[in-house]
Design a protein around this ligand. Structure first.
Ligand code: WTA
Length: 636
């Protein structure tokens, strides 16, 4: 019997030790007992981090939607699978049962098939947080098409890059989206994107806002009439465990976004197992993760993990501030939410508002609170613990990444004693290592280094779409035989992990990973800009905000700096999206560079953070004189 559900600390240690002693055995037992396979595997795991290559459950066949849907029909047909809470609180919530979801997924899958989608084809989904988003994701999985969900806050250029990178022929979008008091015309963004996506033959449009859209003949089709005419039964395509399930883009420190490829069997096993344990999920719980399905958190812990467990998963269309700052708490009370999973940036934003917003609601249904996306600061942790959890609900500070597919380091609630700002202990099967600058593993406790993982786990991304070399170079070349996370971490006296933040040029703003290079590329497109460098600086709500140092071309003309700032931020909004806008823009005479011509970001980071006491040795710079000038003109 596998220990599928950990209930106390001693049990955690027992399970953890077992999982590390013989990982293959450990995951095999879990895979055997808790999932529906069409055929079992020939081999549990083969791996080689130097290639790198990882294969779990090779030879097995399955369809993940049979695990998320079909197998629940016997016992949970009338249970709510997706509980949809619309943007407007006056619009009714929708309780979509397992039976209904099964049918709607099958219908959508049949439409996709009719449109020519087959196993292995990539389908781009650009939808707001409405049920059709989850349904589209599952419909792709039903027929073995590979979904590539693009967060519906990305710009037309960002969308086009992602569509072209993995060569999607079909796009699913909506006319628009509701976000708080705003209505956004998504179709217009898609139209603009598709102008540079000649490969897209079909664009299926979901009607949500009823706003005016132009439909391009031969390409754009309203989805509903197709659904009305489609069969409601759809035989699942049988997939190999290692067939790709989805692609999800994440920012790298350089170059274009990386299309992380996740495969089917291992991803399913790991997300389901981690969901069950990290949220201590029980049959009648109402689980709510506030993330967007456009991010990995939504893939793994709104859709796949919860549905694999037959859970009720809440999907919220709106924003925490609409109609007012009590919206989250009003929803918790209304649906008696038992697990609430959100991001530190949301907590910080809500903690700034009047306490009355949270105190006037009955939050007594909550049993577990979670955070994800960036380190949570102590103040936010305490506010969450005191005012939302009433000091009564454990907080799981879950550390993981798009690349890891599932939660890696996290307390198990009611088992692991929590400490603010510590992600605490690795989940079973996860073997972290801290590495020093010489590439040696730092053994023992009370050490700080670069966080690596030394053994594969079932949901590790298998490659970067179309660029396996980049996958190897980014994750497996910094340290021999290790997966390198890009994060730094400390291991304290009792072995708890505290994530200290990125050690590369990725900056996390409001929980979104942003690479500096793509933003700089966007800025440099401005005709007046000669050169730019972006760094992060601490921000009360966003965690980090962006500070841009920009050198203008010498044209002799005197340009209005405020206008320039606006134009530059508009460029960033167009190329990437509003999330990447700069909070501060300082125009500089030059940027500090090493003799080999590399921009010294360390110095710029310190100046942006007002940590100018010790800038280190600047005398070896190619142009030390610019530093004083930057200091003199630094923005407050
Ligand atoms: C950061 C999100 C500290 C980290 C699931 C990681 C965190 C990056 C935490 C991945 C946490 C995520 N504490 N830092 N609990 N969770 N991070 O790919 O830097 O959007 O590498 O995946 O977010 O972000 P991604």
């Amino acid at each position: 019997m596998s220990n599928y559900h950990i209930k106390h600390l001693e049990e955690y240690w027992q399970v953890y030790r077992k999982s590390v002693r013989n990982p293959e055995n450990f995951w095999e037992e879990i895979a055997e007992e808790h999932f529906l396979w069409r055929k079992k595997w020939d081999n549990v795991l083969s791996w080689d981090f130097t290639k790198p290559e990882v294969k779990w459950f090779e030879g097995a066949t399955l369809n993940i939607t049979e695990n998320c849907l079909d197998r629940h029909l016997a016992t949970r047909a009338n249970k709510t699978a997706i509980l949809f809470e619309p943007n407007d609180p006056k619009e009714n919530a929708q309780h979509i049962t397992y039976k209904e979801l099964h049918q709607r997924v099958a219908t959508m899958a049949n439409v996709l098939r009719e449109q020519g989608a087959t196993k292995g084809d990539r389908v781009c989904i650009y939808l707001p947080m409405i049920p059709e988003l989850a349904i589209a994701v599952l419909a792709c999985a039903r027929i073995g098409a590979v979904h590539s969900v693009v967060f519906a806050g990305f710009s037309a250029t960002a969308l086009a890059t992602r569509i072209n990178d993995c060569d999607c022929k079909i796009v699913i979008c909506s006319d628009g989206s509701f976000r708080g008091s705003k209505t956004i015309n998504l179709k217009e963004i898609v139209d603009e994107a598709l102008e540079s996506c000649p490969g897209v033959k079909t664009n299926l449009v979901v009607k949500r806002t009823g706003g005016e859209v132009t439909m391009k003949e031969g390409r754009d089709t309203w989805l509903q009439p197709l659904l009305d005419n489609a069969d409601t039964i759809c035989k699942a395509t049988i997939m190999d465990a290692e067939d790709p399930l989805f692609i999800l883009y994440t920012s790298g420190s350089t170059g274009k976004p990386k299309g992380m490829v996740h495969t089917t069997g291992g991803y399913m096993v790991y997300t389901a197992y981690s969901f069950k344990n990290v949220f201590q999920y029980r049959e009648d719980d109402v689980y709510w993760c506030t993330a967007d399905i456009g991010w990995i958190t939504g893939h793994s812990y709104i859709v796949y993990g919860p549905l694999c467990n037959g859970a009720t998963t809440v999907m919220f269309e709106g924003v925490p501030s609409y109609p007012d700052f009590s919206r989250f708490w009003q929803i918790v009370e209304k649906h008696k939410v038992t697990q609430f999973y959100t991001a530190p940036t949301a907590i910080r934003a809500l903690a700034k508002e009047n306490l009355d917003f949270v105190e006037k609601h009955d939050l007594s249904s909550i049993k577990v609170l979670g955070t994800v996306g960036e380190p949570i600061n102590e103040e936010a942790w305490h506010w969450y613990n005191d005012h939302v959890g009433k000091k009564n609900s454990p907080i799981v500070d879950t550390w993981w990444q798009t690349e890891t597919g599932g939660i890696m380091i996290s307390p198990i609630p009611y088992s692991t004693p929590t400490i603010p700002t510590f992600a605490t202990l690795p989940l079973p099967g996860i073997q972290p290592a801290l590495m020093d600058e010489n590439g040696e593993e730092m053994k023992g406790n009370q050490v700080e280094g670069r966080l690596c993982i030394k053994f594969p786990w079932p949901s590790i991304a298998r490659t970067i779409y179309g660029n396996h070399d980049r996958y190897r170079d980014t994750y497996f070349s910094a340290f021999k035989n290790m997966y390198f996370t890009g994060d730094g971490a400390r291991r304290d006296a009792v072995g708890y992990y505290r994530i200290t933040g990125r050690v590369d040029d990725v900056i996390i703003v409001s929980g979104h990973n942003l690479g500096t290079a793509p933003i700089e590329d966007a800025i440099n497109e401005h005709p007046a800009v000669a050169e730019s460098a972006i760094v992060g600086f601490p921000h009360d709500i966003k965690g980090n905000a962006l500070y841009g140092y920009i050198t203008l071309k010498e044209t002799g003309e005197d340009r209005n700096q405020d206008n320039l700032r606006k134009e530059i931020n508009q460029l960033i909004t167009d190329r990437i999206g509003p999330i990447a806008k700069l909070d501060k823009i300082q125009f500089t005479e030059g940027l500090p560079k090493t003799r080999s011509g590399k921009i010294m970001r360390r110095i710029l980071r310190k100046i942006a953070s007002k940590d100018t006491g010790n800038l280190g040795d600047t005398s070896t710079l190619l142009n030390p004189e610019v530093v004083q000038n930057i200091l003199d003109n630094a923005l407050g």
